[in-house]
Ligand binder design. Structure first.
Ligand code: SF4
Ligand code: SF4
Length: 299
């Protein structure tokens, strides 16, 4: 039941962030006022149904334009996107990953499919920081064209959400675009296929090995106003939190770990001993409560 609440919020977010349902008629993307707002989660700007902009695309655009601005002696930089993401991160850390991101929801649903499951080795959790540094900040400002503008490396070469939500639907809506399809698009379809199939095998493979947005939010996990609290005196080390965690965190070893997507499964469902609680800005919230029945059910 409690997991249902998260699914409902994830689904509502996905619908709201992709609420331009006129696109089958207009056959183009929404370009109204809401597009000046960045989505808190990964949601492609060019998805025909998208109502908001993608934060990663906006940061890359910002970085890609810095050299041209400096060369043209324009020194008024818009730090709006970084400030917006910083406010969200400062309030709740990576919670948008667990509750709002549409691409997170897709991976969660795929992982529900029956079959063999595997754990992702810890070493891959450093991948998102490499993609954040290289494709979002360094390359867009470093490699520029003749006019001083950089490229949107992550959107152009990697983003599977963009391929799924924008590339493929636009090819269906606008047949003339099919003539422009080249090798790069096929590579991006292969990347998408890799993460779609990977999501059936492992929980949240894209979030845990690539996503630069999650990496950005993760810097705030230990400092945000929202914090998960560990009560060692109540912990039995039963490992139910580890068993249920979608990103393989042993809560009792690392509360508010940088990988934690704040899904709250450990707090709301796993821990039957009251060893986990949350607080917001020092104000205490709900704690996990002893649940003898649920513990028995889990064996
Ligand atoms: S589920 Fe609760 S009691 Fe069990 S190991 Fe995790 S924090 Fe400790
Ligand atoms: S540690 Fe808890 S809140 Fe964080 S991702 Fe794991 S189950 Fe979710």
């Amino acid at each position: 039941m409690r997991q249902h609440l998260r699914r409902i919020i994830q689904s509502l977010s996905a619908l709201l962030l992709n609420g331009y349902w006129y696109f089958p008629v207009s056959r183009t993307i929404y370009q109204g006022r809401l597009k000046s707002i960045c989505s808190p989660g990964l949601n492609c700007h060019s998805c025909p149904a998208a109502t908001t902009a993608c934060p990663l695309g906006a940061i890359q655009n910002f970085m890609a334009g810095i050299r041209a601005s400096v060369e043209a002696a324009r020194y008024h930089f818009g730090f709006y996107v970084l400030g917006w993401l910083g406010i969200i991160g400062g309030l709740v850390g990576r919670m948008p990953c667990g509750w709002i991101c549409p691409f997170g929801l897709i991976q969660d649903l795929l992982f529900k499919m029956p079959g063999r499951k595997i754990r992702i080795p810890y070493i891959f959790s450093y991948g998102p920081y490499i993609f954040l540094a290289l494709t979002i900040f360094i390359l867009p400002i470093w490699v520029v064209d003749a006019f001083g503008y950089g490229f949107l490396w992550f959107c152009k070469f990697i983003c599977p959400a963009g391929t799924l939500e924008a590339g493929l639907p636009l090819l269906i809506l606008q047949p003339t675009l099919r003539m422009t399809v080249g090798h790069l698009f096929y590579i991006k379809v292969a990347v998408l296929f890799f993460f779609i199939t990977g999501s059936v095998l492992a929980s949240r493979p894209f979030c845990r090995t690539v996503c630069p947005l999650g990496a950005f939010y993760s810097f705030f996990n230990r400092a945000s106003l929202f914090q998960l609290k560990y009560h060692p005196e109540k912990c039995t080390h039963c490992e139910l939190c580890y068993r249920d965690c979608p990103v393989d965190i042993k809560f009792y070893e690392s509360p508010n770990d940088r990988r934690c997507i704040r899904c709250l499964v450990c707090l709301r469902e796993s821990c039957a001993f009251g060893a986990i609680s949350w607080e917001m800005g020092g104000l205490e919230g709900q704690s996990s409560r002893p649940k003898v029945q649920s513990l028995k059910a889990k064996g």
